[in-house]
Design a protein. Sequence first.
Length: 742
Amino acid sequence: MVIVNEREKVFHLYNERISYLFYVMESGQLGHLYFGKALNPKGSYLHMVEKAHRPMSTYINEGDLYTSYEHLRQEYPCYGTSDYRYPALEVQGGDGSRLCKLEYQEYEITKGKKPIPGLPAVYVEDDREASTLEILMRDTWRNLDVIFSYTIFKEIDAIARSVRFVNCGQEVLMINRAMSMSVDMPDADYESIQLSGSWSRERHVKVRSLEPGITAVSSLRGNSSHQHNPFLALKRKDTTECSGDAYGFSLVYSGNFLAQAEVDNYNVLRVMLGINPFGFQWKLGPGEEFATPEAVMVYSKDGLNGMSLQFHRLYRSRLARGYWRDRERPVLINNWEATQFNYVEADLLRFAGKAKECGIELVVLDDGWFGARNNDKSGLGDWKANREKLPDGIEGLSEKIEALGMKFGLWFEPEMVNKDSDFFRNHPDYMIQTPGRSASHGRNQFVLDFSRKEVVDAVYEQMYDLLSNAKISYIKWDMNRSVSECYSSAYPADRQGEIFHRYILGVYDLHERLLQAFPRLLIESCASGGGRFDAGMLYYAPQGWVSDDSDAIERLKIQYGTSFVYPLSCMGAHVSACPNEQVGRNTPIETRGNVALTGAFGYELDLNQLNCKEIEIVKRQVEFYKSHRNMIAFGDFYRLQSPFEGNFAAWEIVRPDADMAIVTVTRVLSEINGPYRRLPLCGLSKSRKYHVKSKYLSYDAYGDELMQYGMMLEDRSSGQAMDDSGCCQDFLSVLYEVTAIE
Ligand code: DGJ
């Protein structure tokens, strides 16, 4: 998977579908050659270097009017010489100079992949799955070693990159900017896709044409954020969901990030991804090391669905890990929207009893169970049961739930504290704040300084105590505000630029310690819904609460956007009550079910409030999920129709053996006597015959027909379904089962 042309010093990472090429320039820096569809691995590629005499440039060698970094496509550009685009690296020495020059030293190819200590990263289970190329670069003037790591997978069309820095000298160095990856693409005729939004409106798909200058998304909030996801895709203008070039760049990180595409004056495109350099500075003392988070680059010739399939395969099988990775997830019910903070144990047992009757497997107790937590002004930090609400504590409640034949899950917000809590009264210095300045709150709460081990230890002890004494199978790990006034009293002035990153390392450390102690614990990540829904969290929490917006129609866009990178196995999706808590909308319970069924399925309402007909539907939904959850979580997912482009949203899940597909088609507003509609499917076997079944349709067709001509859609507004006449047909969702019969 890695070929080195020793004479030309060209490195070629490839599998049967993708190639990635770079070379060592005369100056010793690395130049980028190619990333895309697989190229013949035997060739010579140096003719790809484009170089011309460009007037009014700055050139690195005296007497030579050609060689300027401004005009060379680079692999990891450093600040300070003749390249005026944004660099991947900026290092400052004791002399104040910020110039850095990396020269190639040697390479090493190993089978498999090494972990990155303290950071989430994709991995292999067998060394034959991937090969890793490490390139040692050195700035001899600064005594700085820089190791670029590239891992290419055999069966997945992804390359994982990260960079490690080792200060081999005596001088203290300051890393001001260290991106995880950078790539200079030969042209910029792409559209960029970002997943952006806000609280309850996360990861909407935004497409922009690239223009000269910068297109970027980022976070400075300490969490990856509701606003932008650490991800950027590139597509040609004619790329569709199913065909054409598509590139995806995803950062395996949960803190401040920058994803940037820069188009220069020669239409060269520089894409980079990494920790946001703004506010970041890492002091690298003699002998010290620093590792960047990992970036994953995917290429597909099969359009955006092709790109997403690669991310899904990699992230659900070689980023998510542990006991729950390949296991079917329990159908859960969460009490938050049903009760908020107002409940006592008897309410919860009634709530759980009805859930059991419907076949639900896991009861999750959300916020409000601990300390003096009767509203959001107090209690965070005191992870002990509120005995007025729960007389037998979490131990007693969890036993009673288990006695009903269900598992029990519990909400925590480990990184936060209310000033009105014993934890804060005992440790007022444990929160993040800048001395002498006022501290901003979010939802009346403050952020604990997770850059300090003793703070993480204090939270760990409380959680460990509870998890070892009560029967807790699952935790929902919430995080309801971003970091502000970032400063840690435990670190000196010249290390304050490290705090945001150290905070996230502390968050990862607490996850890791809990998983080491309780390997069968299922963690669902959450940050006011999807405020930290990123690949970093997926390493610890194989599922995450996609959004606080549980309205099925809003969820169409949110889940559609989320699917660009993240697999269905990790998308927490629940049926909630109507009118919906966030938008006040009434939608049919079938629609709410259909949208939530294509995720890590659950309920977010009090089933005791539903009528008999609705309870029967709930039972059927639970049964359907149980019998199809394996293919839903681990099958191939295809977006078929975008809710951003019209009145319909449609997606499909296909079993890897193409034996069966589930297709969900949701129409937002009703239409009358509309056109005949067909939906071309994906991923079926062309020559096999399938049976298509929905509420009103039942017919047989071959795979090639269903993929070319399309699957015919039922349309109740055309008069097909007289039994539903009179009902509101807005927000109608139909689930089609497509089953191979030959
Ligand atoms: C925000 C989460 O996203 C909700 O699901 C719920 O857990 C609340 N926090 C509880 O405070």
